[in-house]
Design a protein around this ligand. Sequence first.
Ligand SMILES: NC(=O)C1=CN([C@@H]2O[C@H](COP(=O)(O)OP(=O)(O)OC[C@H]3O[C@@H](n4cnc5c(N)ncnc54)[C@H](OP(=O)(O)O)[C@@H]3O)[C@@H](O)[C@H]2O)C=CC1
Ligand SMILES: CC(C)(CO)C(=O)C(=O)O
Length: 308
Amino acid sequence: MLIYIAGSGAMGCRFGAQLHEAGQEVILLDNWDDHINTIKENGLKISGDDERIVPMTIMKPQEANRVGDLIILFTKAMQLPAMLESIQGIMDSHTKVLCLLNGLGHEEVIKQYVPERSIIMGVTVWTAQLVGPGHVKLASTGSINIQSIDANEAEMGHKVAEILNEAKLNAIYDQDVIPSIWRKACVNGTMNSLCALLDCTIGQLFATEPGLQLVHEIIHEFVQVGQAEGVKLDEEAVTDYVMKTSVTAAHHYPSMHQDLVQNHRYTEIDFINGAVARIGDKHDIETPRCDVITQLIHTKEKILIEPK
Ligand SMILES: NC(=O)C1=CN([C@@H]2O[C@H](COP(=O)(O)OP(=O)(O)OC[C@H]3O[C@@H](n4cnc5c(N)ncnc54)[C@H](OP(=O)(O)O)[C@@H]3O)[C@@H](O)[C@H]2O)C=CC1
Ligand SMILES: CC(C)(CO)C(=O)C(=O)O
């Protein structure tokens, strides 16, 4: 089986390396020259729980020319359309496309490039961090929920879950993956944006009474908007999940903090709080917190990434 990882940053490298080690033929696709050259020359360096060097094939998306059996999308959300455009030549009617990006609204984007019967949507709580080009840090454990969006293609989704499990990626075939995607978006919509704005860890944020209050108000907006979209979300259960995640990830600076504050890179805010604000508008639901958080993150992007 030929598996492409379309977007081989931290998560793409984790998944690519584990699938390669499980015996699959894996090709990493990315556009970052230093990263590509380092992996070509030295292999992928993995530090953390199980340090090793994994020899991996990596190239730019436009250089790939063999049709893939499975393509796992792992770009940042704002890079997704360009990636889908550039991988048209490696997809045919049998190619399955699995999306594991954080955030909301990717299904609609993917449908513009991939037939519905080939799309598998998913969400993962595995983590990974780029240390530098060709070097990723992996720690702890995780899991994946996936579902074919065409109900007639469930079998193909089950097969993909099996392949992920052979690589010890703990995948389950979910009969309704959309609430899980929204629940993870809610984790990111509370912790990622607030920690990036306040320059703090998750533990620091959740230890404050006003911070915690804001977290509850954001969760309420996500749940109201999700429910209006027909997503089965229970506010108490989502809150419980967010609180539990805040404990296990207490010492972390979330990825949006790493992107914006530490590395001065654009964020996925438009696909998290920004998406809830947009969908809320559609349903005439007010989302004042998501609105202002989105505006503040964009302001911080202007200050840090585009200084005058
Ligand atoms: N990291 C995590 O723990 C988790 C992430 N996710 C989600 O997975 C998706 C992928 O995230 P993740 O793997 O963390 O993304 P990364 O930031 O590690 O990489 C994403 C892309 O950004 C570019 N890039 C990253 N760093 C640099 C750099 N220093 N210089 C130049 N280009 C760089 C590369 O793209 P290119 O060069 O092609 O532009 C790379 O493919 C996102 O939707 C994220 O929210 C989900 C669960 C956990
Ligand atoms: C750490 C965690 C779970 C919460 O923000 C995360 O998903 C991220 O950093 O993107």
